[in-house]
Design a protein around this ligand. Structure first.
Ligand SMILES: Cc1cc2nc3c(=O)[nH]c(=O)nc-3n(C[C@H](O)[C@H](O)[C@H](O)COP(=O)(O)OP(=O)(O)OC[C@H]3O[C@@H](n4cnc5c(N)ncnc54)[C@H](O)[C@@H]3O)c2cc1C
Length: 320
């Protein structure tokens, strides 16, 4: 292996903290508390956190970079495992392919840097997509532009999934976290979605691309970043596009055509710059966001006859 930036080898169990506010670790800066929160930095700590959660009978929720989730104001019951420090990336070249092995919490920007260093095209679609690699697989993150590649399914070879017993065991000494490698071909990929690995936690991702360097990759990454800066409200907390594009159209166009740019409830506002972004103008609650999302859906349905579906994942306690 070359280009190793090292998997952490600290063997201590991670600290399990109680009543931790999740808002600061989401890109929307919204959400209540996790009953219990752990941020493992390596596989041993991750396994210890899962085991401790299971021992206490806690449901477990996974948080990647927190850039595509709406966490309820009432928070998340049980244990939340945040993966943003669970990172490490190794690169190599094997039989004409550039190969990457990464822990799931490695940021997409680290992935971009690895491809960019090798002057490879995946760096271009990754430009400006936040969050981590595991979240990128779960969401099959990508861009609408006609690029190759443009989504995670085109660069992912395989994933490692961890699973564990979710009902309390009478004898915890037999508790075991199972690990399974799943080939990307066996997964069910679709637009902003990946199935076939649940339930569980994606711990590791293997990615690759033909070793065919292109001289203009850096310029194209810079152009993609510039394009985002001009078109998206990157100066305000958001989760990117709130709705998936319906077949043959764009959610942003439908929302704008429904006269909703600037529509606001509390601190949640449909961006004036990009109508598929709902920004937190300061102090927005998850309830404000939900109310704006519901209003947008109802108005677009009424005016355009289209039923918009959310891309953002709803986490936590949303019971009425
Ligand atoms: C400014 C901005 C621009 C954006 N632009 C784009 C874009 O161009 N294209 C695009 O596709 N998206 C975009 N997004 C949305 C978001 O960045 C992506 O969907 C991203 O891939 C989410 O990754 P994450 O690590 O933040 O996942 P999170 O938001 O933390 O999690 C998303 C879901 O995945 C689950 N999950 C996360 N990691 C794991 C794991 N290891 N194992 C099991 N489950 C897991 C979570 O439970 C949750 O259900 C944008 C967001 C922002 C804020």
């Amino acid at each position: 292996m070359t280009g190793t930036s090292g998997h952490n080898t600290n063997r201590e169990a991670p600290e399990l903290r109680e009543n931790v506010s999740l808002a600061p670790i989401t890109s929307w800066q919204i959400g209540g508390i996790a009953d219990v929160y752990a941020e493992p930095t390596n596989e041993e700590q991750l396994e210890a956190a899962i085991e401790e959660g299971a021992k206490r009978g806690l449901p477990i929720t996974i948080l990647g970079g927190g850039t595509n989730v709406l966490i309820s104001d009432r928070g998340v019951r049980g244990l939340v495992i945040g993966l943003r420090k669970f990172s490490g990336i190794k690169t190599s070249e094997v039989e004409g392919r550039f190969q990457i092995e990464a822990l799931a919490g490695t940021s997409k920007s680290e992935l971009l840097k690895a491809f960019l260093k090798a002057k490879l095209e995946p760096a271009i679609f990754l430009a400006g997509i936040p969050g981590d690699i595991g979240g990128g697989v779960v969401m099959n993150a990508g861009v609408g532009e006609q690029l190759r590649p443009r989504e995670f399914n085109e660069i992912t070879d395989a994933i490692e999934v961890w699973r564990w017993p979710t009902t309390p065991l009478a004898d915890m000494s037999i508790f075991k976290v199972g690990r399974q490698r799943l080939e990307a071909k066996s997964l069910n990929w679709s637009y902003r979605h990946c199935e076939g690995w649940r339930p569980g936690l994606i711990s590791k991702v293997w990615l690759s691309w033909p070793m065919e360097p292109k001289a203009d990759v850096l310029d194209r990454v810079k152009a993609a970043n510039h394009n985002r800066l001009t078109k998206q409200p990157l100066d305000m907390p958001s989760c990117g596009s709130v709705f998936v594009n319906p077949v043959g159209d764009r959610a942003g166009r439908l929302i704008e055509a429904s006269g909703l740019k600037g529509f606001a409830i509390g601190g949640a506002k449909v961006s004036e710059k990009h109508a598929n972004f709902i920004v937190n103008t300061g102090g927005a609650t998850a309830q404000d966001m939900r109310a704006v999302i519901e209003h947008v859906r109802a108005r677009v349905k009424d005016r355009q006859g289209v039923d918009l579906k959310t891309e953002v994942v709803w986490l936590g306690d949303w019971t009425p």
